[in-house]
Design a protein around this ligand. Structure first.
Ligand code: DSN
Length: 426
């Protein structure tokens, strides 16, 4: 068969783009060769609807073993009693939790998207906001940190069935204990979406959501550094609070409801090649080497946020506890939108994403902020001292964002800095 050069040329170009640039998108990372190899393996050929030992297809004896290894490693890594590794993404994992725990039209509560939440936590353009009644909590304007009093007050008024902690652009640790108290007080289930800080939580560097939440969801490709995908975890399995019964009349466990909600509820055949790659990544995350990596991610983020603040940037909440920071551009550049900043930096081969900041005066398409994270550059081997070099370059580009010479010179410096660094230096 003829090689499909149209696509493989593009893959090569994408490899070059990734190799020569500085990747600061907080939700991205670079996987190891063995994670990549598992994803590109013959496991992709196999249909395996169902779960290990209970499939709707023959020939699943091998993928049963790899999926079981993925499940066992996920349980070990997070201290969970139960795991489902089949969700194709974080949003799919969240959708399955909604399906297991709510009826269409029920109320739930998540962090406002404009304050750092996620699309699937109640945005009106997402299934979560379209099919369910979403209420939200925000951060405090003065501190940029979650307003737990507001969360409690709105939860008591709105009586949501689920309260979701976690988001996409929040740089501080979450008070899972307080959230569990609020959930218990208003009769809600507490769901932690730890997609972003997943690796930091797994290694014990942030409070373990699995200890406090009824249900935890995560992606596998952000700080965890695995293939693109999702998982659902239960710290402890429990009887579902609605008394749903099995055909034999027994009360169903939450694990049973969640398994059914993933398949056949919201997905068909699992991606067994991705599940094999999840198993590999989870195995990597169990090592001390990964712990050293994730500690470096945090050190780099802390240093980077200090460098930004030293240059007069407003970092929301005044710093970071995790792998990312949210920068409000308005105090330093009142006229510049996040979109303009993103475009200028991308032209210099520094990839970031524009992001709404809390109480933003601009739309989601323009924004007043940038979200910056260190998981990917840390995988490439960059350390604290490199952070000030990067912030200097970012500042220079933003101070001269229409100057093509400055952008071109910065791009050369970026490309030189990254040229001898493999994508995966660990
Ligand atoms: N869009 C992802 C992020 O960048 O955080 C979350 O799904």
């Amino acid at each position: 068969m003829q090689r499909d050069t149209a696509i493989f040329d593009l893959i090569q170009k994408e490899r070059e783009r990734q190799t020569k640039g500085i990747e600061l998108i907080a939700s991205e990372n670079f996987v190891s060769d063995q994670v990549m190899e598992a994803m590109g393996s013959v496991m992709t050929n196999k249909y395996a609807e169902g779960y290990p030992g209970k499939r709707y297809y023959g020939g699943c004896q091998i993928v049963d073993q790899s999926e079981t290894i993925a499940i066992e490693r996920a349980k070990q890594l997070y201290g969970a009693e139960w795991a489902n590794v089949q969700p194709h993404s974080g949003a799919q994992a969240n959708m399955a939790v909604f399906m297991a725990c709510m009826q269409a039209g029920d109320t739930f509560m998540g962090m406002d998207l404009n304050h750092g939440g996620h699309l699937s936590h109640g945005s009106p353009v997402n299934f979560s906001g379209l099919m369910f009644k979403a209420i939200s909590y925000e951060v405090k304007e003065e501190t940029g940190t979650v307003d737990y009093d507001m969360m409690e007050q709105r939860a008591m008024e709105g009586r949501p069935k689920i309260i979701i902690g976690g988001g996409s652009a929040y740089s501080r640790d979450w008070d899972w204990k307080r959230m569990r108290e609020i959930a218990d007080k208003c009769g809600a289930l507490l769901m932690g979406d730890i997609s972003h800080p997943s690796g930091l939580i797994a290694k014990g560097h942030l409070e373990n959501a699995v200890k406090y939440c009824h249900i935890v969801t995560t992606t596998t490709h952000k700080t965890l550094r695995g293939p693109r995908g999702g998982m659902i975890l239960l710290g402890k399995d429990f009887d579902n609070p609605w008394g749903k019964k099995t055909p034999k009349g027994e009360i169903k466990k939450m694990s049973q409801l969640l398994d059914s909600a993933v398949f056949p509820g919201t997905q068909g055949g699992p991606l067994e090649h991705v599940i094999a790659a999840k198993a590999v990544a989870l195995g990597e995350a169990l090592t001390d080497d990964y712990d050293r990596y994730i500690v470096q991610v945090m050190k780099n983020a802390k240093r980077m946020s200090e460098c930004f603040m030293n240059k007069g940037y407003k970092v929301i909440s005044g710093g970071t506890d995790n792998h990312l920071m949210l920068i409000d551009l308005r105090p330093k550049f009142p006229e510049m939108t996040g979109k303009e900043a993103e475009n200028a930096l991308v032209a210099a081969d520094i990839t970031v994403n524009k992001n709404m900041v809390p109480f933003d005066s601009r739309s989601a398409f323009k924004t007043s902020g940038l979200r910056v994270g260190t998981p990917a550059i840390t995988t490439r081997g960059l350390k604290e001292d490199d952070m000030s070099v990067i912030v200097d370059m970012i500042d220079n580009v933003l101070c001269n964002f229409t100057n093509e010479d400055v952008i071109a010179k910065t791009r050369n410096t970026v490309n030189e800095m990254m040229q001898n660094r493999p994508l995966f230096a660990w």
